[in-house]
Structures are given as C-alpha cells and as structure tokens.
Design a protein around this ligand. Structure first.
Ligand code: HEM
Length: 485
C-alpha cells in the first residue's frame, strides 16, 4: 500500500473522478485523452473504487492474459448484480466455482463438432436473410438481428423462431432498456451508498427498488419460459437437439432445485443475451465496410466466384479455399470492434505492476479501441485493409490477429461464444458477398458515412443506422435466393 498508484486525472474528495467517468458518452474519446496525457496505464477513482484503464497491448497482455488467475473477476454493483439479478449471468458472475461451471457448460457446446451439428440451422437462417434483403433492402439491421437471434435460439433451445415478430423475442428482449440503464456505473445512487438498499419500498426516492423488482421478474420469466418448454418437450420425447436438451439429458435431471440445472438455465440465457446483438452488429459493420471500400468488395467477390460460382450457395466446406474472406473477417473486427472497451475485469488480490500498486477489487478496463487502432501494430488503422492479415512476400504475417488482441476480450474471460460467432459471421460474409453488391452507405439524412468509423459514444458499437444500395449480383443468384437451396 506504500507503493504509488499510476498517474491519472485529479479527483474530488469522496466521489473521486466520478464526474469525469464517461458513463455512456465519449467513452473511447475520454480514455484516449487520458492515455495521451498519462500513458499506458491510467488510474481514476469512482467513489471508493479503484479503476485502471489499460491503453496498450503490452499492458493487457501482461495483466489480463499473463496474470489472468487474478485479473478475471467482474466488478460487482448492488443495483445491477444483486437487486436486478444480472449478477447470476455467466458474463457478470464473479470469478470462482460458479463461473467455472458456466464456462465448462459453454465449452462443451462451443467446440467445433458441437457447432457443426447446427450447420443446417445456420444455412436456413442465412437463406431467410438473403430473401428478406431482396424484399426490403432498407431494413438490413432488423434482418441481421432476426438472423442471429434465430441461430442462437436454435442452438440454445432448439426453438425455431417463425418471424421477426415471434413473441419469444419480446420475452427475451424485455430487459434491454433496464439493462442499458443499469450497466452504467453510478447510474443508481445505491451503488455508491450501499446502505440505501435497506430503505423501505414506500420511502420517497426508493423507486429504484420497484424498478429492480420488475426487472428481476422479467429476467426470471425470460429464463423460465424456454426452460419449461424444453423440459416438456424432453418429457414428451420430441425435443430437438439443442444446448439445453443435450445438457439436461446428460445431467439426467430437470429438477430445478439442482444447482447444475440452474446453471444450464443461466448459460442458455447468456447465449441469447451475449450472442445476438453482438453478432448482428458485427455483420452490419461488415457491409458498411464493403459499401465504403468497393475495391476490397470486388476482390473478395472474385475469390468467391472462382471457388463457388453462381450456381450454388457458399458452404462452410469452402472456407479453406477462401483466405481473403478470413482476412476480411479479422479486419471487420479490428476496424469496428463492437466492444470498444471489452467488458470490465476486476482483480481478486493485491498486485504490483511496473512499480504501481493495483489493489484487490480494482476495476480494470482494457482500451480495446486504442489497441486495435494503434498505428504501430496496424499501420493506417482507419483504412479497411484485409491484406494486412495475409502472408507478405516473405510468407510472414506482420500484423496481429485482432480476434486475439481484443475483439473478443482477454484471458479467462475471453468471449465464451467466439467459435459460434466466428462461424456465423464467416457464413454471413461469404454469402452476402456472393449474393449482393453493396454501395453508397449513407445515414438517415442521406449523408455519406465517415469511412474512418468514429469511436462509438458508449461501451457498445452498434453501427449507426444507415441505408445503402444493395443489388443482386446476377439473375442466377437472384433466382437461387428466391428458390432456396
Ligand atoms: C461477433 C460476435 C461477438 C463478439 C465481438 C463478442 C465479444 C465479446 C467480448 C469483447 C467479451 C468480453 C470479454 C472480456 O471480458 O474480456 C465477450 C464475452 C462473452 N461473450 Fe461474446 N462476443 C460475440 C458473440 C458471442 C456469442 C455468439 C456468444 C454466445 C452464444 C457470446 C457469449 C459471450 C459470453 C457468455 C461472454 C462472457 C464470458 C465471461 O464473462 O466469462 N458472445 N464477448
């Protein structure tokens, strides 16, 4: 404790830097400004909590990767984690046995063989996407969400969503607004003045308790409804293969007092919560890049035409023959990382790094945006250039794979669904490039989009709403899309 803390902006007594913390505005801009001023590791204080922002690949590698045994917990907030109940989801569990159980369940379902079993539902979802784009090309964002949502639902529960307005979406999304509000540190006073959680519900100013109770109820319903459906199907012997059906069958019980059954329910829910918008946003960023960089799009389409032609849909088996597409996938995740600051980690014991103290319980935030836009690692970072990930004339690849340097996070908390995300995004890239030409992305006022993709205001990169010209690449392809495979 006698060691100094890393440099950072000066705070006020008691509240620390609470007023300067970016909440949902200017997150990356604020972190970058502090990085310029104070260096690779910046310290700020949020009331009594120590917060460290890591601004370089070296710092995240040294701490979140090499010391991941002590940098893999999550900060815990009273409102979000305890009162609303989000603290039980895989993503926000503290490091420990419960979290390990969740990750084991994830790993069993996220290996390549398990994902391959769901290829059929991925093909169905992508074909529906193509037809939807043909019919209403201005509503791509909605189509992407339905596509990724239906894949995740098939995967998690064996449920086949009928259309974009399937009632299950309403149930699973019912907490979106509450989540977005509560995830902002300090959004509720009770987080910084914990004793407030004990004020009676009728007390003036205690509306947060009602808000928390309602959120908790909706969260429980979104876990229960699909669970009860799969349970009934299993008992009737007509359950489709899915994560939940397989896991319950393996456990040999659906008894809800069993801890393992509870874990299965939460993990299935995390598939939805963590896997739908993330994947859809990545695909939206990809077509924005294609519309903005037409030479790259043409080059990729030539590669696909040579391997696939216009008389069949691309398939996963084509992947090894399409190296440029893999490079496009990596470049999409670098160019527009959808979690510009990943998710905050926290430390479980006191640590020392480069002569600075990092107390147990500190919040540690990786500045992913800065790392993936560092010109030392990725020259001309704002340019979408997949070639950076292909072997150069000496056969070496000089630029680091962004799926390993931040786009999926770090260490033991690295994205639990990255194999499914990789498969879905790859299939979307291959099939969309095979099917359509994209051009002239523009915002809602018809203004051309900034090709440099500015950092998002908050902690999640939801590509801004845009439209673009989307046209089928040939009559044969259009006919195939209308017919289906
Ligand atoms: C392109 C799509 C996706 C991206 C870019 C992405 C990115 C991320 C990132 C940055 C994190 C935080 C890692 C950290 O804290 O260091 C994360 C965590 C997580 N992701 Fe993903 N993700 C994607 C898709 C998915 C999918 C499809 C699923 C599941 C079906 C999923 C499940 C999870 C879970 C459960 C966690 C929390 C892991 C933990 O805390 O142990 N993600 N993801």
């Amino acid at each position: 404790r006698r060691l100094k803390l890393p440099p950072g902006p000066k705070g006020l007594p008691i509240v620390g830097n609470w007023f300067q913390l970016p909440a949902q505005r200017e997150t990356v801009k604020t972190y970058n400004r502090w990085a310029e001023q104070y260096g690779d590791i910046v310290h700020v204080k949020d009331f009594g909590r120590y917060v460290f922002i890591l601004n370089s690949l070296k710092a995240v590698d040294d701490l979140l990767e090499k010391r991941s045994n002590i940098y893999s917990s999550r900060p815990q907030f009273i409102m979000f984690h305890k009162l609303m109940g989000f603290g039980e989801t895989t993503t926000f569990l503290p490091y420990g046995d419960k979290w390990r159980k969740h990750r084991t369940l994830f790993n069993q379902q996220m290996n390549k063989r398990a994902i391959d079993q769901f290829e059929g539902s991925q093909y169905e979802a992508i074909e529906e996407l193509l037809r939807s784009i043909l019919n209403s090309p201005t509503r791509t964002h909605e189509h992407f969400r339905h596509m990724t949502g239906s894949i995740v639902l098939r995967f998690a529960y064996g449920y086949k969503a009928k259309a974009k307005d399937d009632p299950i979406y309403g149930v699973l999304n019912s907490n979106g607004a509450a989540f977005a509000r509560a995830i902002i540190p300090g959004a509720f006073l009770v987080d910084n003045i914990p004793i407030l959680r004990y004020v009676p519900d009728w007390f003036p100013g205690a509306e947060f308790k009602k808000f928390a109770t309602e959120t908790r109820k909706r969260l429980q319903h979104s876990r229960e409804l699909p669970f009860q459906t799969v349970k009934a199907e299993l008992r009737a012997g007509n359950a489709s293969p899915s994560f939940m059906a397989n896991a319950l069958t393996e456990l040999g019980t659906d008894d809800e007092s069993n801890e393992d059954v509870q874990a299965v329910k939460w993990v299935a829910n995390a598939f939805w919560a963590a896997g739908t918008d993330t994947t859809a946003a990545t695909i939206a960023a990809f077509i924005q890049a294609m519309g903005t960089f037409p030479a790259t799009m043409k080059k990729a389409q030539k590669e696909i035409d040579d391997v696939v032609g216009h008389t069949r849909f691309p398939e996963f088996n084509d992947r090894s023959a399409l190296p440029y597409l893999d490079a496009i996938l990596k470049e999409t995740m670098r160019w527009a990382p959808i979690f510009p600051a990943a998710l905050p980690h926290s430390t479980t014991v006191d640590d020392v790094y480069e002569g600075y103290q990092i107390p147990a319980g500190s919040i540690v935030i990786p500045n992913v945006w800065r790392i993936l836009k560092d010109p030392e690692t990725y020259p001309d970072p704002s340019v979408f250039r997949p070639e950076r990930f292909l072997p150069d004339e000496n056969g070496g690849i000089c630029e680091k794979d962004p799926t390993l340097t931040g786009a999926f996070g770090y260490g033991r908390r690295i994205c639990a669904g990255k194999n499914l995300a990789d498969a879905t995004v790859w299939l979307a890239i291959a099939t969309l490039l095979w099917a359509f030409d994209f051009s002239d992305p523009r915002d809602e006022n018809g203004k051309k989009l900034d090709p440099k993709v500015p950092p998002p205001p908050g902690a999640f990169f939801a590509p801004q709403k845009y439209t673009m010209d989307i046209t089928p690449r040939s009559k044969e392809i259009e006919a195939l899309i209308r017919e289906g495979a």
